[in-house]
Design a binder for this molecule. Sequence first.
Ligand SMILES: CC(C)(COP(=O)(O)OP(=O)(O)OC[C@H]1O[C@@H](n2cnc3c(N)ncnc32)[C@H](O)[C@@H]1OP(=O)(O)O)[C@@H](O)C(=O)NCCC(=O)NCCS
Length: 189
Amino acid sequence: MTYPLTTSRLSIAPLGADDAAGFVAYRQDPDVARWQGWEPTYSDVEAAQLIASQPSSDLPDRGEWLQLAIHDLGSGKLQGDVAVHALTDLPDTFELGITLVTASQHNGMATEVLKRMLDHLFTTANAHRVTANCDARNSPVARLLRGVGMRKESSQIDVEFFKNEWITLDGYAILQAEHAAQSRGAAHL
Ligand SMILES: CC(C)(COP(=O)(O)OP(=O)(O)OC[C@H]1O[C@@H](n2cnc3c(N)ncnc32)[C@H](O)[C@@H]1OP(=O)(O)O)[C@@H](O)C(=O)NCCC(=O)NCCS
């Protein structure tokens, strides 16, 4: 079993029933929900359904999402989640999404988690390409994605009608070869 993955401060492991209350609490935070596919009315029932429908494999099959909980290694407290989506039409291609509780933002945890996930997907799971998509106005996530070495490669203007407005979606990506080159560069610093 691959999980938990760990960083210096955090553990990353499949979201479980014990996480449900904390998960619902931050999904109901309007600031956290603003750019995401759920509303602050997110319910216990929706969380229970999502947790029950999780794949049991270490990585999702094509077309599936796997939701991983992020816990503080010291306190065990739920800090957020990182979701892995295996793209339907392409082999070895994954999309990542990440959410932190508001109180845990702005201290490098998301960077720590995404670096660990990229390392895991490229070195253990032999991924070819990893992508992420975000609303163009979501500047914290843009800084985060660039900071972990992802390239902005698209900006689709007014591509979706979401939460009662047209939104522009920016696409970011990194290839296995790019990740390996970046890792070699970091090792030489
Ligand atoms: C997207 C999201 C996870 C980014 O979180 P974040 O807290 O900005 O990212 P990090 O945890 O890596 O923290 C980086 C920030 O902490 C600061 N920081 C403080 N201590 C740090 C440390 N020890 N190491 C690294 N950065 C640190 C950095 O300077 C940076 O600040 P800046 O963005 O103002 O430049 C967060 O905004 C979020 O959960 N938003 C709601 C959900 C959402 O929109 N998700 C994206 C959907 S695609």
